[in-house]
Design a protein around this ligand. Sequence first.
Ligand code: FAD
Length: 356
Amino acid sequence: MVTLANLHKFVEKGHNVTVIGPSAYHYYSGMGPGMLGKIYTPDDIRFATKHVVEKQGGTFVLGKAVRVDPDEKTVFLKSGKTVSYDILSFNAGSYVPATNVKDDVKDIYFAKPIEKLIDARARILDLVSQKKIVISIIGGGPSSAEIAGNTWGLTRDFGKNMPEIRIFAGKKFMSRFPDNIRRKIIGSLKKRGVEILEQGYVKEIKTRHITLESGKSYNTDIIFLAIGVKPSPIFEESGLPTGQDGGLVVNKYLQSTEYQEIFGGGDCIYFKDQPLDKVGVYAVRENPVLYHNLMAAVEGTDLMPFDPGGDYLLIFNMGDGTGVLRKKWILFEGRLAFIIKDYIDRKFMKKFQSIE
Ligand SMILES: Cc1cc2nc3c(=O)[nH]c(=O)nc-3n(C[C@H](O)[C@H](O)[C@H](O)COP(=O)(O)OP(=O)(O)OC[C@H]3O[C@@H](n4cnc5c(N)ncnc54)[C@H](O)[C@@H]3O)c2cc1C
């Protein structure tokens, strides 16, 4: 985002900048569940990438990068098109792997890409206006919790058609988090009737049907897959050095450990010194360093090291106007927690949308 906002500075120095993306817009995931719950409109949470790139004199290429040849310095797109480079920045984020999903499953929505949650919202509203449905969320982490809470928020006014919402959480819901956070999130969801199943993992997903490893099966109308994310597959496809999770291995300068002209940030990298959580907080902290280092690489000046910093503020949007907030030893839930998240997220979006 910071590099995009300063793209004109590269152009003013005589460099050609090409931005490749599968959509003319970039959707901010921190507000994705809130958009699903109708707290935000799709416009509130998106950034007009193509417009901002072209306005500053860059070139926007609509497409998906699938591979890079680092020796030929060429990026290959799904469309067959190629883009050559001197300096390359990878910001392709992460995706939800379609584990155990049979081909052609209908009415299934992944936690990412965020723009697909717009379709999920429309489909749920269409179904609940006709009948009572079951919504199943597969996954036991924060995005599962936020999606469950916000589908409740989306459908709360549908009276007798209010859906049954069920989380398939594997063996333990929110297992990565301390008990005090787990208790607050579970309490918030359970008091609204969300069912949390912790009897084991899902083995198979078919249209309107979920089967657990135990053989027990459940009917459903809508499925959300929120089983965690993996870095973009581009690096493995390209034979670039990757970390255990498949992310591009980068040094303290956010630079590939093997190719000094390749940089990256966010969910798609594997920070060699200290593997980082896949949270936007790190993508945001990396932003100014990545911008500085891309500029330094094209101008031949000094690179700046990235310091991941300490503990970060966590706020979950529970979908009913409340949040759960944790920072170090501070932990509370309620309206204030959501108001703080809403303030931070809107401020972040406004800062970058103002460039439009
Ligand atoms: C539902 C949900 C809620 C979340 N809420 C929070 C939160 O509240 N706070 C927080 O800190 N973190 C949150 N996260 C985590 C956060 O989303 C990520 O850590 C953050 O988005 C990473 O930023 P990024 O720029 O690396 O990737 P992304 O935000 O995923 O952006 C990647 C971009 O690259 C594009 N792209 C993908 N593949 C290609 C390709 N092959 N070629 C070209 N372009 C491509 C995508 O279209 C997208 O625009 C949430 C995640 C999810 C799934």
